[in-house]
Design a protein around this ligand. Structure first.
Ligand SMILES: C[S@@+](CC[C@H](N)C(=O)[O-])C[C@H]1O[C@@H](n2cnc3c(N)ncnc32)[C@H](O)[C@@H]1O
Length: 385
């Protein structure tokens, strides 16, 4: 039994015998020392437990940069522009995005004329280990533009920013409550402990909802479709996070890229896995109570909830797309065509092409990952709907 397991068992004991799954997940992923994302060996990609889009190919960050450039124009090209990246992982996305941003700026304004836009790149990252990795990854491109913060309200100018708050796979890493339909009613799954000492094991037990807001996340339509024994994951923190992103901005955009879908489809699909998935060494594991703190736990995102909670905070949805559609609109296919031409005689180009296509094809991440763009305040050319 590791130290994190012992700590969680103690937490359960202090709470009177059980804790909501969200509290368990918060410890397993984010305990400051032993949580999955805070261990010294934490990484993403080949040497980690899972890949994210920026770890697959730099074209992902390049496409996001092109979208940022559009946002900047849609905000009427302000002289100072802030990009806030929430949960930056290894820093690969920040690095690729900034490199492409500089290229776009140079193409638009000519080189040698200095930095035409005062770009401030703020990274909000809870993990000190990852913050260090991000510093390393972006060292050559940072040029004094990047600052790090452990929470969003710590970002300078929070509440009056002009720019974009964006994330890739942040929401699917937020702790979730697990709900289940049992005895014909919606109940919450709590984590409890069987046996004591080294032989102790975590178990689940149903009980009353720990927070009345949980039921309100699910529409009547979703509740009607649930069958006895179905289990699903609900994130209240997702609502808080999108609210904080809205509050950060005076004028601008919130861009969210993540696994998930609109409700009720998202819930219908995710009941198959009990609402959550775990990853270890690039393999899908279904037991969240194994290797505590040494495997990732993730849950699909309810994009309908993000839209609803965003609207309450003054955000308006402009686009909801698949990753395929998002990349298509940002020059992804031009790069595919270029590599296809080379791939005939160059195996490396063929290899690169195959990797890139993982981001785009529906059977890869193209359909599983969705893109939500929300707007705050008025912007040029995005008010057509
Ligand atoms: C699944 S990883 C995605 C990393 C990166 N965006 C990528 O695409 O490779 C989730 C990231 O969000 C960070 N994170 C999770 N919760 C956070 C929070 N509340 N505030 C800031 N960062 C958070 C994690 O430490 C990690 O860097």
């Amino acid at each position: 039994m590791n130290l994190l397991q012992k700590r969680i068992i103690e937490k359960i004991r202090l709470a009177g015998g059980r804790i909501p799954f969200a509290d368990y997940m918060a410890e397993a992923l984010y305990h400051p020392e032993w949580g999955y994302y805070n261990r010294p060996e934490m990484t993403i990609g080949e040497r980690g437990d899972f890949y994210t889009s920026p770890m697959i190919h730099p074209i992902f960050g390049q496409c996001v940069a092109r979208q940022m450039f559009r946002f900047w124009r849609q905000l009427d090209a302000p002289p100072a522009f802030t990009i806030v990246e929430m949960g930056a992982g290894t820093g690969a996305l920040a690095r690729d995005l900034l490199a492409e941003w500089d290229r776009l700026q140079a193409a638009a304004f000519g080189t040698g004329t200095g930095q035409p836009v005062d770009l401030r790149y703020r990274i909000v990252e809870q993990s000190p280990v990852l913050r260090e990795m991000q510093r390393e990854s972006t060292r050559e491109i940072a040029n004094g533009r990047i600052s790090w913060h452990s929470t969003l309200p710590e970002v300078p100018g929070y509440g009056s920013l002009t720019g974009v708050v964006f994330s890739n796979e942040l929401f699917d890493a937020l702790p979730v409550h697990r709900l289940t339909m049992q005895d014909g009613r919606l109940q919450e799954l709590y984590v409890t402990v069987r046996d004591a000492g080294e032989g102790a094991v975590f178990e689940e037990e149903p009980g009353q909802l720990s927070d009345e807001k949980l039921a309100s996340v699910l529409s009547d339509e979703i509740l009607r479709q649930l069958e006895e024994g179905d289990r699903l994951a609900v994130s209240l923190l997702a609502g808080d996070a999108i609210g904080a992103m809205a509050d950060a901005l005076r004028q601008g955009f919130v861009l969210t890229i993540d696994y998930g879908d609109l409700a009720p489809d998202m819930y219908r699909k995710s009941v198959r896995t009990g609402g959550i998935r775990c990853y270890r060494k690039q393999t899908l594991v279904f037991n969240p109570y194994e290797r505590v703190g040494e495997q990732d736990i993730t849950a699909d995102v309810d994009f309908s909830y993000l839209q609803r909670m965003g609207e309450e905070k003054g955000l308006r949805t402009i686009w909801f797309l698949t990753q395929t559609e998002f990349l298509e609109g940002l020059g992804f296919l031009a790069k595919v065509t270029e590599l296809q031409r080379l791939a005939f005689q160059d195996l490396r180009a063929d290899f690169e092409l195959q990797k890139m296509l993982t981001l785009y094809l529906p059977q890869g991440l193209g359909d599983a990952c969705k893109v939500l763009i929300q707007r705050k305040g008025s912007c040029v050319g995005v008010d057509a709907d």
